[in-house]
Structures are given as C-alpha cells and as structure tokens.
Design a binder for this molecule. Structure first.
Ligand code: PRT
Ligand code: ZN
Length: 285
C-alpha cells in the first residue's frame, strides 16, 4: 500500500510544532529519538527529518510528497511546489534593518548601497518592485553583524521579537515579508497518495479551524436573548436551552478567538452571566 512521505525540520524552530500538528491529527509515532525517518503505526505516513533549507527541494524532487517549512524558506527556494495550507505557527517577518544611528527616511536610503542577507532571491525581487538599485551580499548566517564589520550598509533578515537586531545596534526600517509555517506539496502526486493527502488535509483543517475558535456558554435573561444571539456568530445558530430559573436561558455557541474580548464586553453589557469560554479540540464542518 502506498504511503505519504512528509518532510519536516529535524531540529529548530518549526520541529516541535510540526510534530504536534501531526499528533493533533491523531497520527502517532513511536518515540525513537534521533532517527531520520519515522513511520506512523496508525496512518500510512512516513516522516523525514531534514534541515529546513532542504525541505522544499526534496518535495519538488519527490523525495517527499509534502513538507512543512517557513514561507520565507519556500519563497527563497523559488521551486514549483504547491502551498496547501498556512499553519499558523513559526510566525516572523523578513525585514530590512540599518544601524540605529542612521537617519532613515525611506527605502531610497538603500540606493547604491550594499545589503547583507541569506534571502537574495526574495530581496532582489523586493528591491526591483521598489525601484531601488542596491547590491546584495549573500551570507548564510550571523547576518546581523555585517554592518558593524563594514561588510554592508544594512541587512535583510528574519525578525521576530526584534531583540537580536537591537543587541547588534540595528533598527528595523522596512518589512519585506510576513511569514509563517506552510504545508507544501509536490505538484504531481499519484492518485493513491492524493487520497491519503486529502484525508490528512481534512484533519489538519479541522485542527486549524478549532484553534481559531472558542466554545462559549453563558446564561442570559430571556428578554435580551435576541440581542445576544445577534452578536454571537455561531456555526449555524446558537443552541438555547431553558434554565430552571424562570426568565433565563443557557446559550451555547462558537466564536472567533480574535473577536473574543470585544464580544465578551458586549455580552456583559446585555446582562449575560456565568460566561464560560473553552478551547475546542477539533472542528468538523
Ligand atoms: O538547522 P536548520 O537549517 O533546519 O534550521 P535554521 O537554523 O535554518 O532555522 P530555524 O530553526 O532558526 O528557523 C526555522 C524557521 O522558523 C525559519 O525559516 C522561519 O520561518 C521561522 N522563524 C520564526 C524564525 C524566527 N521566528 C526567528 N526569530 N527563524 C529565525 N529566527 C532568527 C532570526 O534569523 C534572527 O537570528 O531569530 C533571530 C531573530 O529573533 P528575534 O526574536 O531576536 O527578533
Ligand atoms: Zn536552515
């Protein structure tokens, strides 16, 4: 029987979350630390543990069928593979930064200057779009030290909290790209593998949908029910059950995580009580 091969990062910022996502999809692996390949016992899938820089290439070459990689790394590889899903972890941005002493007034600052980066392809495309002529110095690591050692006037690097830039005397001046982990796939999977992939994708979507939402339960006075329902955009419509207390009902629904605090304030203002918000593990449409 055919097996799906997924390439994920062996050790680094995406490793744990990638394995966790597979686990949340009900896919179990034996605990064999340090192995480069692991086979699941309960789903026809094999995991290849690789350096993140190799994931896109191996998916394109069909060494793996699918892979999880940072969108920044996938875009830099510039290979013909498909992005199937944005996974919501590994968030960061690719930004331009200069010495904090520079009086930066805009992207034209870089005209005729030199920028150090590990992302020459993305940067070149960006500079072209912006109409700026700058030379690009490729460095594979420790990009942040380039300006202080006189190698470049600025850098284009991954930023998340910004503390690495700060501790190297740099400031972020322009965002080139927002990035997060993506699920990529080879463009020519056979029929059998496609069936397995569809099954996996259905599970991944259910997990991701659930992460974005919360289950909410509350007690509401009957005369405010209609107004409360109108601000609760549930899956279809909220469930309403009468409470033993006359004039009150219990209401159950699902809300978007990011609307959470706004909605809670409105609900309280309408007299809702005993508000409970709980995580959802899976959400099937
Ligand atoms: O060994 P391998 O080649 O597999 O791993 P790697 O060292 O090349 O990659 P890794 O594990 O560092 O990152 C994997 C992916 O995580 C990246 O491709 C991004 O998509 C994503 N990611 C998220 C990050 C960061 N956040 C991040 N902060 N990748 C790198 N960084 C680095 C950045 O390069 C800089 O040195 O962290 C530093 C900045 O962090 P702040 O918080 O100080 O701004
Ligand atoms: Zn890497």
């Amino acid at each position: 029987m055919s097996k799906l091969k997924i390439a994920i990062q062996k050790s680094g910022r995406l490793s744990e979350k990638s394995l966790e996502l597979l686990k949340e999809c009900g896919i179990k692996f034996p605990n064999g630390g340090g192995k480069l390949i692991a086979e699941s016992k309960n789903f026809p899938i094999e995991v290849l543990f690789l350096r993140d820089d190799d994931v896109t290439k191996y998916v394109e070459q069909q060494v793996a069928d699918i892979g999880i990689v940072g969108e920044n790394v996938y875009l830099e590889a510039n290979l013909p593979v498909k992005v199937l899903e944005y996974l919501g972890f590994g968030s960061c941005r690719l930004s331009l930064a200069v010495s904090k002493e520079v009086d930066y007034t805009g992207i034209t600052y870089f005209e005729g200057k030199k920028i150090a980066t590990s992302y020459p392809f993305i940067l070149e495309k960006y500079l072209k779009q912006q109409g700026v002529n700058a030379s690009i110095e490729f460095i594979s690591g420790s990009v942040e030290i380039a300006p202080s050692i006189g190698l470049a006037n600025g850098v284009c690097d991954i930023v998340s909290s910004g503390s690495t830039l700060m501790s190297n005397g740099l400031k972020e001046v322009d965002k080139v790209l927002d990035s997060q982990a993506v699920l990529i796939s080879n463009q020519a999977l056979g029929e059998e593998k496609q069936v397995l992939l569809d099954k996996l994708l259905f599970r991944i979507k259910s997990v991701l949908n659930a992460k974005e939402r919360k289950y909410i339960l509350l007690n509401a006075p009957n005369d405010k029910l209609e107004q409360i329902i109108s601000i609760l955009p549930g899956m279809k419509s909220p469930t309403v059950l009468p409470l033993a207390d006359e004039g009150w009902s219990s209401l159950h629904s699902v809300i978007q995580e990011d609307q959470f605090w706004d909605i809670i304030d409105e609900l309280k203002a309408l007299g809702a009580e005993g508000i409970l918000v709980a995580p959802i593990e899976k959400m099937i449409y």
